[in-house]
Design a protein around this ligand. Structure first.
Ligand code: ADP
Length: 600
């Protein structure tokens, strides 16, 4: 479809300083000599036009493509909603690959393994990230039929994927990111758990162990469990579940890797079990997918829906600043409008996207998964004056995400009426439960929004801020000093603002030890390290409750955190219904997989 022409009167885009750098470096289309061929207006119109143009083929649509393009443009440039990076980079271009998340199968043969390496390379070139389960590979030293030799096992093949990723700089955009998963009952699980012991090993991979209910029960009961060779189904060995779990906790304490995902829980929520089991997620863990499935994500900036100047209500027992009632201080009607437009946008992205493999196109078109999520949550809490680590914030988080989920599903129903349900709907669990019809097998996902949050100028995903004031390295050594705007405004309001104070905050990041600042101010302006780990997890669980897919969240722990702390977090994640968990102990040796616009 031909995108609508750019209107003359299209308003200009107000970019924050970081967005200027990030967009120029990675997102503007470049000419053969590398000079940018577009500005922010052209970029956002290119996207809005390409995505709105898909509307034309749906005869029952209430929108004309040019009017819808303008709505999409305003949505994005008002920093209310942004689609994931590949859509920003590639919509309306020849490449046209718009999804951030893919999962590829890895079969138990040399051909299948190298097919997966090749397909991953093609996806990385287009800006997407890949997840793999290595659980089907026969274990190390198992016999290989054709040669009479012995197999080298999942971890050695993992190295090939890692090296291939290293070599492919993504078409000048970004280096690839991967998720590698191995089931807890694979005979090579110990080697896998220890894979990142050496610093820098498998640095293009996040690793997660796939935990099962049976294993968790065995840990609870202090029993042994079976390690099963996937190619023969034979029990190879029995291990004490607690011993393996302890090792997992120990390694996560040392390096942050491996994380854990609860496979049975993910499959319990699999809307299309007739198409097979979900074995893996995308690189950052928020999007479980079937083999050959891809998903495009989009994020709503919650802080853009704050309505200033409403009357305040008294502080609750949780502490914090006297604050406006969320009922009035959040523009729920506008949020609803944006959710509906966002779902339409993401469903159109599926049609507009050109995938590197026919198999992927087929799978994606069958289930039409989308992942609408949120960012700017910590900023909104600052604006409201509610401490992140409070019951009030947890309650509001649940309510917020329930709203996104309910309206998102309602929007998907509207689309099903206009366009028909997703083709596999009849065989989905929705049909069995007499729900729907829906246009999309999943609607909600909470992404990390590593780059999107920089472009929108808000806090990322549902994460608390890392620091209230810091200087940031934005690609190629450019440095920017940044103060959280809500914090700065609050300092001015309470008459505490001074240059000296800002310098002190920049050095420390946190204000918790600054006794001379008002106590309620300190209570609200908490940062990741000020927040006790259990509150990180409670927040993740609150949002997970109303998210179809999963929630990207890191539970930050101080360097002094013990192995017991990590074990408690893992166990809590299990008990509170999370789909997985990632911990990061400050200063531990991990090199995080690059998922943000920062650094290289
Ligand atoms: P963004 O803000 O750039 O849209 P996110 O930080 O929200 O991206 O990450 C969303 C998903 O995008 C990740 O889980 C992963 O699947 C993919 N992704 C992120 N960074 C990269 C990367 N450097 N290379 C490939 N895929 C990536």
């Amino acid at each position: 479809p031909t995108p609508p022409a750019m209107p003359d009167a299209l308003p200009d885009v107000a970019l924050n300083p970081n967005a200027k750098i990030v967009l120029a470096k990675r997102y503007y289309r470049k000419g053969p000599d590398g000079t940018p061929q577009e500005d922010a207006r052209a970029l956002f119109w290119r996207i809005a036009g390409a995505i709105a143009a898909e509307e034309g083929k749906y005869k029952k649509s209430p929108y004309k493509a040019d009017a819808l393009a303008r709505e999409f443009y305003d949505l994005m440039t008002g920093w209310k909603f942004l689609p994931n990076s590949p859509t920003l980079m590639n919509a309306g271009t020849d490449l046209g690959q718009l999804s951030a998340c893919f999962v590829l199968p890895v079969g138990d043969s040399i051909e299948e393994i190298f097919d997966a390496v090749k397909h991953a390379a093609m996806i990385h070139k287009s800006g997407g990230g890949t997840g793999f389960s290595f659980s089907r590979l026969r274990p190390k030293e198992a016999r290989v039929g054709s040669t009479g030799g012995v197999a080298s096992g999942p971890v050695s093949f993992l190295r090939i994927f890692n090296t291939a990723t290293e070599q492919i700089k993504q078409g000048g955009t970004r280096r690839g990111a991967n998720m590698g998963i191995l089931r807890i009952d694979h005979p090579d699980i110990i080697e896998f758990i220890r894979a990142k012991e050496r610093d820098g090993e498998f640095n293009n991979f996040n690793l997660s162990v796939g935990l099962t209910e049976a294993f968790m029960k065995a840990v609870e009961a202090d029993e042994e469990y079976d390690l099963v060779a996937p190619h023969t189904g034979q029990v190879r060995e029995r291990l004490k579940a607690r011993k393996v779990f302890e090792m997992l906790v120990q390694k996560a304490w040392e390096s942050g890797d491996p994380g854990i995902v609860f496979l049975d829980r993910i499959n319990r929520d699999n809307p299309t079990p007739k198409q097979g089991e979900i074995e893996s997620t995308n690189p950052c863990g928020e999007q479980p997918l079937l083999p050959y499935e891809a998903c495009n994500l989009g994020s709503i900036n919650l802080s853009a829906f704050f309505v200033p100047g409403t009357a305040t209500v008294p502080t609750t027992k949780d502490g914090g600043l006297p604050h406006p009632s969320p009922e009035k201080a959040i523009d729920w009607a506008e949020l609803k409008r944006v959710i509906h437009l966002g779902v339409r946008f993401l469903d159109n992205v599926i049609d507009a996207s050109r995938f590197p493999l026919e198999r992927i196109t087929e799978t994606v078109h069958r289930n039409r998964k989308i992942g609408l999520g949120v960012m700017g949550w910590a900023d909104l809490l600052y604006q409201l004056g509610i401490p992140y680590d409070s019951q009030e914030a947890i309650g509001l988080g649940e309510r917020m995400m329930q709203f996104v989920q309910d309206e998102g599903r309602a929007a998907s129903k509207v689309l099903a009426k206009e366009r028909g349900p997703f083709p596999a709907f009849a065989e989905s669990t929705f049909a069995e439960r007499d729900m729907g019809p829906y246009r999309n097998a999943t609607v909600t996902t909470i992404a990390p929004t590593g780059t999107l949050s920089i472009i929108a100028g808000c806090s990322s995903g549902i994460e608390p801020l890392f620091a209230l004031c810091f200087s940031r390295n934005v690609m190629d050594g450019e440095r920017l000093v940044e103060v959280n705007p809500h914090f700065e405004a609050a300092l001015r309001d309470t008459g505490s603002h001074s240059k000296k104070l800002m310098e002190a905050v920049a050095e420390k990041g946190s204000i918790q030890a600054m006794d001379h600042l008002p106590e309620d101010l300190r209570r609200v302006y908490v940062t990741a390290m000020d927040i006790a780990p259990v509150w990180h997890l409670r927040m993740q669980a609150a949002f997970q409750k109303y998210t179809d897919n999963a929630v990207s969240k890191t539970v930050n722990l101080p360097n002094s955190a013990s192995i017991d702390d990590i074990r408690a977090i893992y166990w809590m994640a299990y008990e509170q219904g999370c789909k997985g968990v990632t911990v990061y102990r400050d200063g531990c040796k991990a090199v995080q997989v690059l998922c943000t616009g920062e650094g290289e």
